[in-house]
Structures are given as C-alpha cells and as structure tokens.
Design a protein around this ligand. Structure first.
Ligand code: SAM
Length: 241
C-alpha cells in the first residue's frame, strides 16, 4: 500500500517512516510512501502558499493553486484522496479498516485556517478528523491515520494481536502484565500465573467489560455481549465502579 502525503512541512513526517515497525514495513515493501512539499508547486518567487481569507477574519488560508498543482502531480483525481480537517468525519477503527483495503491513499495536510474550499470540492473524497479538538497542523493528524491503517496490512503486526485489540471486539482491551511478578509491592493477578487458558480468557473478557463500562460505556450498547455478560455488567454497576 502507498501513502502519498502532501504537506508544507514534509520533514515532520519523515521520522515516522524511518523508524521502528514502519521502517521494517517500508523495507519489506509492504508500505511505500511519497512525501510531497506543496511549496514546490508555488509559482511566485517567494513560493507563497497562503493568503488572507475573503470576507475577512483571522488567520490565513492555503491558496488553491499550489495545492491543486500538487494534487495533479500525484494523480489525486484517480486515487482515494483525504483531507485532514477538524470538520471532517470522525476517524475510528472501522474507517482505518476501510482505508487499509486501498492500494494508495493521498493525504492532504492543512495549515493555518485550512485549504481553499474549491480544492476540497474538486479533489477530496473524504474529510477526516482525528478528534474533537484543533491541532495546528494536518501533519500530526495524518500520522494518526497512517499509523492506524498500515498496522492492519498483512504481515506488519502479528494477526493474533490485532484480533484482541480494543475496538476489534467492540470492547476496550483487558489490562496487560509482564515480569517481574511483584513490582513495588503490586502483584500480577494470580489467574494469569495459573496456566489455565479458559479461566484466563474469562478473566480477560470480564476486565474488558469492566474497563469499557468505566471508560467508554457508550460502546457497550453496540458490542456483542451475552446474557451472562450483561449480568456481569450489572454487578459492576452495583459495585459502584
Ligand atoms: N480553521 C480550522 C477549523 O476551525 O476547523 C482549523 C484549522 S487547523 C488550525 C490547521 C490544520 O490542522 C487543518 O487544516 C487540518 O489539516 C489540521 N487539523 C487540525 N485539527 C485537526 C483534527 N482534529 N483532525 C484532523 N486534522 C486537523
């Protein structure tokens, strides 16, 4: 899969592609990427990419011509093209899974007050927000999307890890522990040392329910939960957690 990212500051993104699991995915050829500097397509001698908004108001707007020329240069018209914006559709695991089936995604990163609307109208298939807050740039937002998507590609992460993760089951994930058995007086739950696989699974499922109930109760309404588990949630409620 290829990620083509259009940005005024592509250097922000480079380190991500050069590091850790992503670097391995690039080396194996599972991921290809191209970072394109929008400023290279600005045509005046100062390489201007922003201008004041029509109608007045605060801030600057990314000019349409350099952005459109950059999108043309990467063939965005024939590719899945995303604009990172706080006014977009809220990103989640289901959207990450949808995007992971694409051959290539072109991601446009905004700056200032954002990009001239005419470019969005002409080129963008999907506007995506990573959350209900405003960042200063689309680069950090694009990394969130890229990270959530590429790790779903075959061979990047052990598929067993993906199956049990938060959101894949509709619930949040259970807590994890590793050596040492006792850390600053706190012991690993006994059940995890028992070697009894079925009981461990049961305990983990209970912890998933408990954590989801505590941190994201709205997810429980959509998750696949058995009658018995509804009782467990009732008990968690009664215990006042
Ligand atoms: N004027 C815009 C608004 O109020 O919706 C905010 C612009 S923001 C300062 C600059 C850029 O950061 C945006 O064009 C977008 O690319 C990116 N950005 C900021 N917050 C974001 C979010 N929650 N999700 C995705 N992109 C975001």
């Amino acid at each position: 899969m290829k990620f083509t990212v259009l940005s005024l500051f592509p250097e922000i993104l480079q380190g991500f592609f050069d590091s850790s699991i992503m670097a391995k995915a690039v080396e194996k050829g599972t991921v290809e990427y191209e970072l394109v500097n929008i400023r290279d397509y600005a045509f005046d001698k100062h390489k201007t990419c922003d201008d004041a908004p029509y109608g007045g108001g605060a801030g600057m707007v990314m000019k349409p011509e350099p952005v459109a020329l950059t999108l043309d240069a990467v063939g965005a018209a024939d590719k899945k093209t995303i604009y990172m914006t706080p006014s977009g559709r809220l990103f989640n695991q289901a959207i990450a899974e949808e995007l992971a089936s694409e051959k290539e995604i072109v991601i446009l990163c905004g700056r200032y007050e954002g990009v001239d609307q005419r470019v969005i109208d002409a080129y963008i298939d999907s506007e995506i927000s990573i959350g209900d807050y405003v960042l200063s740039s689309g680069e950090t937002a694009s990394l969130v999307v890229i990270d959530a998507v590429y790790r779903l590609l075959d061979g990047v992460i052990n598929s067993e890890s993906l199956e049990e993760e938060s959101f894949s089951t509709g619930l949040l994930e259970y807590p994890h522990y590793t050596r040492p058995e006792t850390f600053r007086g706190m012991k690993v739950p006994e059940i995890l040392l028992s070697g009894h696989h079925a009981n461990i699974q049961k305990w983990r499922r209970g912890k998933s329910l408990e954590k989801t109930k505590k941190n994201r109760p709205e997810l429980l309404a959509k998750a696949e939960i058995s009658e018995k588990e509804i009782e467990i949630i009732g008990e968690i409620e009664k215990s006042g957690d």
